[in-house]
Ligand binder design. Structure first.
Ligand code: NAP
Ligand code: MG
Length: 462
């Protein structure tokens, strides 16, 4: 795999300030596939200076011109789609067809959506005797995770650039090659120097330096609740804007009138997709007691069919984290119906698709984000209990409801404390706001709601 030895700062690849590097490992065969520089606070300082210097010019660039650059960026992503998919597969381990369709495909949609929004958004509006300008917040520090390496980057960088902000990105240490490829795409799309900057590095070093930098106006973070809470605290103390996309423990609620087989099959596929490393995955399946054993049987069969067709998880550390969650599920008395903590292969960070039945709402596996291919099936007696269980975690990111009639599912969905609900298997919409209630985060990504995160208003009275 191609790796750059420098940081992309001020429109060029520059040598890193320090000599330390990060090894990038292929989770399928555990081989080192590249090395990138481990950035320090000095690199972050250079990058923030470049972003600050580029801000006035970019903020003053007419939105239609910003839109044209974003459209060019989308076109580069389209032209380099195969390379993107291969890179994500190499460093994340996801099967190539999934990388092509989702890891490369979705960022193209999102970049395209912001090219369009930049051209059409009302950056100026009249409110009574006032003219309200929607102006860029300033320099954005973006910190992204590894689970959807390019999507998480584009979901922050595209709206920030559309808004007229400039960006410093610190991507996950496990997937920096995709981030370097994105920087190449930005260069190819010919954005002005310093509008987008990349510093690879470790979270507690480069990430923290970026979050704490006094000249960063907004920190946009996606990742664990633990780190998010800390970044929120730092931002709060500095009175700077912050957006946090954190974890989830979403419920897939199957109402008795639903098409049970379809709801279970789609639900299992949702959890196993990306090896369970999806913050919005429906990791809790809620089934009425009258259909419970039938649903468990269907889920077991569906999960077993995946076998080792799903990819590994991203790292040895992630594998041991997921394994210890599975062991905890067994120890707390849940019934293991498929899978388990043992490795299905000698090599690679694989975890077997795992399904637990007889999970009670208070068990660790029903409360904590696992971030692996593990499904917990929970029983409910009536609708009130289903609502209570679905809402009974600290999270509120996503969810699903299945019923014979849409109206029944919608009525139930309105009672859920969560930012997104798919009705009877509704499709992903890249324009719909994505983000969490409760401890799943602060702020929204995607579409016009994602754009407004990077804007602040100025009102002129006449
Ligand atoms: P994480 O540590 O929160 O990583 C997210 C990003 O934050 C990475 O770029 C990381 O850098 C960086 N970071 C880490 N510590 C930081 C700090 N002190 N200051 C600033 N930035 C920092 O998440 P993880 O360790 O990769 O995964 C742990 C768990 O988080 C997973 O098991 C899962 O439950 C959850 N997670 C959630 C999402 C989501 O989409 N909501 C995504 C990924 C993970 P490094 O890469 O160097 O750590
Ligand atoms: Mg980490």
């Amino acid at each position: 795999m191609k790796a750059h030895h420098g940081m992309y700062i001020g429109g060029e690849w520059r040598p890193a300030a320090g000599a330390d590097t990060i090894e990038v490992v292929n989770p399928v065969d555990e081989q080192v596939i590249g090395r990138v520089p481990a950035g320090t606070s000095a690199d972050v300082g250079h990058a923030v200076r470049a972003a600050r210097a580029a801000l006035p010019g970019w903020a003053a660039t007419p939105p239609t011109e910003r839109a044209a650059k974003l459209a060019a960026l989308r076109d580069v992503l389209v032209a380099r789609k195969d390379e993107i998919a291969e890179t994500v597969t190499a460093e994340l381990g996801s099967p190539l067809p999934f990388s092509q369709a989702v890891h490369a495909g979705v960022p193209i949609l999102v970049a395209g959506s912001y090219a369009e929004l930049a051209a059409t958004y009302a950056f100026e509006e009249k409110v009574g005797n006032s003219t309200v300008y929607h102006e860029p917040v300033g320099v954005v520090g973006a910190i992204t995770p590894w689970n959807y390496p390019l999507h998480q980057i584009v979901a922050k960088v595209a709206p920030a650039l559309a808004a007229g902000c400039t960006v410093v990105l610190k991507p996950a240490e496990d997937t920096p090659l995709t981030a370097q490829l994105f920087a190449e795409a930005v260069a190819e799309a010919d954005f002005p120097a310093g509008v987008f900057n990349l510093v690879t590095g470790l979270g507690p070093v480069a990430g923290q330096a970026l979050a704490e930098h006094p000249d960063v106006d907004l920190v946009s973070f996606t990742g664990s609740t633990t780190v998010g809470r800390r970044i929120g605290g730092t931002a709060g103390a500095a009175v700077k804007r912050v957006a946090l996309e954190l974890g989830g423990k979403s419920a897939n609620v199957i109402l008795p009138s639903a098409d049970l087989a379809k709801a279970v099959n789609v639900g299992v596929a949702n959890v196993m997709s990306n090896s369970g490393q999806t913050c919005s995955a429906w990791t809790r399946m809620l089934v009425h007691t009258s259909q419970y054993e039938e649903a468990v049987g269907l889920a077991a069969a569906a999960a077993a069919k995946y076998g080792d067709r799903i990819g590994p998880v991203v790292s040895a550390k992630q594998r041991s984290r997921v394994r210890s969650c599975i062991e905890k599920g067994i120890a707390e008395g849940a019934r293991l119906v498929v899978g388990g903590p043992e490795s299905p292969r000698e090599q690679g960070y694989f975890i077997s698709p795992t399904v637990f039945a007889d999970v009670t709402p208070d068990m660790t596996i029903a409360q904590e984000e696992i971030f692996g291919p593990v499904l917990s099936i929970i029983r409910y007696e009536d609708e009130e209990e289903a609502v209570r269980i679905a809402n009974g975690t600290v999270y509120g990111l996503a969810g699903a409801v299945w019923a014979a009639e849409e109206a029944e599912a919608v009525a139930f969905a309105r009672r859920l404390d969560t930012g997104q609900v798919d009705i009877n298997g509704g499709r992903f919409n890249p324009l719909a706001p994505f983000g969490g209630y409760k401890q799943s985060g602060v702020g929204r990504e995607l579409g016009s709601h994602g754009l407004t995160e990077y804007l602040q208003t100025k009102s002129l009275q006449f």
